[in-house]
Design a protein around this ligand. Structure first.
Ligand code: PHE
Length: 453
């Protein structure tokens, strides 16, 4: 192992950091509003199928490439197949990480402001009506100074952790933040499922109404599965590259997958009963959790505590994910360009901030950015391009690479070094055939019908 690159202290350290990457706004912000938009249980079922049939196999593909080479997204391909065009797949991933980080940091920045408002007691002591809550949200998002500053602040926070390196920065942050995260979540779920109307919310999450299962819903379920598990852009190649050779990779991988998927479901258990309790519609789109959740804290005992806890939870979840996004890009400059970690962190953060500004201004502050892409706005467009298309394209190439170029047997041998991959032949079939074909079909369909827009 190349000690100067850094490594996780143990596979437990890896699991915490990788689960921290996977669990994020994708689970608590994107998943609930997407389930809401596509009608509930049927979407959830397709999402779960994609996680099992595509997410888990791609996760193993990425982790084995990363660990076997001990190099980050681009370098890993260079090492396995020098003098080919394959490293470009890693390059696409680095670019994608940059794109995702630029809009993700904007939403993450909003969580900071909501924590602050919750601490000030904005959501309690009289409470907010739905309209007032929408007003609070739009006042915040249409204030250019606020959104840009919050985005910058979140990026700085991320940079500060990543600057600390693998064990001293990323793993340490995960060890501190993840237990706090689970503690808060447990409290919030217990609160939510004991609210009046909880049953109705749960029915929405679990009732399979197949008439709601449109093609657009299927396309989004795939995008969501990849996004949520941080797949398709080399984050798991990079995190896998810091994993010791003798650690049990199959076990660590499945643990991360179970945590991430379990968490999306738990976030659903927290949010849908709360929505039903508030009498709110789940179809509100991206602002859903900000606007609706803010209205209910006043109606619960210990509301101000739960308000701070909820938005704090969002901020923590977002931070352990932005850390991984930044690390993918930083690791590229450190490994491939021999930059110092410090130089890489600050230059990448500054560049990312520049791309984040139009996203930050696209939530109402500047009309041009807000209205572009048929009303999706700059942030919405970045979410679609990087969060759906790039990730799907990346996942196809990673499967093709592992399945046909590097080879299933090499990957399985790598995984079996410190553990035993259960169902290895099935995994081989999934990476070679099922995953690339299924993702390609969805991608082509999405592009032809513009389903993401
Ligand atoms: N998985 C993260 C989430 O669910 C987002 C993410 C995507 C992080 C891709 C890293 C890479 O919020």
């Amino acid at each position: 192992m190349n000690a100067s690159r850094g490594n996780w202290s143990s596979s437990f350290g890896f699991v915490l950091a990788a689960a921290g990457s996977a669990i994020g706004l994708g689970n608590i912000w994107r998943f609930p509003y997407t389930v809401g938009q596509y009608g509930g249980g049927a979407f959830v079922l397709v999402y779960l199928a994609f996680v099992a049939l595509i997410g888990v196999p791609v996760l193993y593909a990425e982790l084995s490439v990363g660990r076997s080479t001990q190099r980050s997204a681009v370098g890993a391909f260079k090492e396995l197949v020098p003098d080919t065009w394959w490293p470009a797949v890693g390059g696409l991933g680095v670019l994608c990480g940059f794109g995702i980080l630029s809009f993700y940091a904007v939403i993450a920045g909003l969580t900071l402001s909501y924590v602050y408002m919750a601490v000030l007691g904005r959501f309690t002591g009289g409470g907010l009506t739905g309209e007032q809550s929408a007003q609070v949200f739009s006042e915040l998002t249409s204030n250019p100074v606020a959104t840009v500053t919050l985005t910058g602040a979140f990026l700085l926070l991320t940079a500060w952790v990543v600057r600390g390196g693998i064990q001293g920065g990323i793993e340490r942050a995960a060890r501190i933040l993840m237990p706090i995260f689970f503690g808060i979540l447990l409290l919030l779920v217990m609160r939510a499922v004991t609210l009046d109307g909880a049953g109705e919310g749960l029915r929405f999450l679990f009732a399979f109404d197949f008439s709601k299962l449109t093609a657009a819903a299927i396309v989004s379920a795939l995008g969501q599965a990849l996004f949520s598990m941080s797949l398709g852009m080399g984050a798991m190649i990079t995190y896998g590259s810091y994993l010791g050779r003798d650690e049990n990779l199959p076990k660590a991988g499945i643990t991360v997958a179970i945590f991430d998927t379990g968490l999306a479901m738990i976030a659903g258990l927290m949010i849908f009963p709360t929505l039903a309790y508030a009498g709110a519609e789940p179809t509100g789109g991206p602002p859903l959790i900000f606007i609706v959740m803010a209205t209910i804290f006043d109606t619960m005992p210990l509301g101000s505590f739960f308000a701070v806890a909820f938005y704090g939870l969002l901020a923590i979840a977002a931070l352990t994910s932005t850390i991984s996004l930044l690390e993918v890009i930083v690791a590229y400059f450190v490994d491939e360009r021999s930059w110092s970690r410090k130089k890489a962190v600050w230059s990448v953060t500054a560049a990312c901030f520049a791309l984040a500004v139009p996203s930050a201004l696209s939530l109402g502050a500047v009309d041009f950015f807000t209205q572009m892409a048929g009303g999706q706005g700059f942030l919405g467009l970045a979410n679609i391009v990087f969060g759906n298309y790039f990730l799907s394209i990346g996942a196809v190439f990673i499967c093709l690479f592992v399945g046909w170029k590097w080879g299933v047997s090499s990957a399985v041998a790598e995984m079996n070094r410190g553990g035993q991959l259960f169902g290895a032949p099935l995994w081989g079939v999934l990476v070679r055939f099922v995953c690339p074909v299924a993702v390609l079909i969805v991608l082509v369909y999405a592009a032809l019908t513009n389903s993401y827009l």
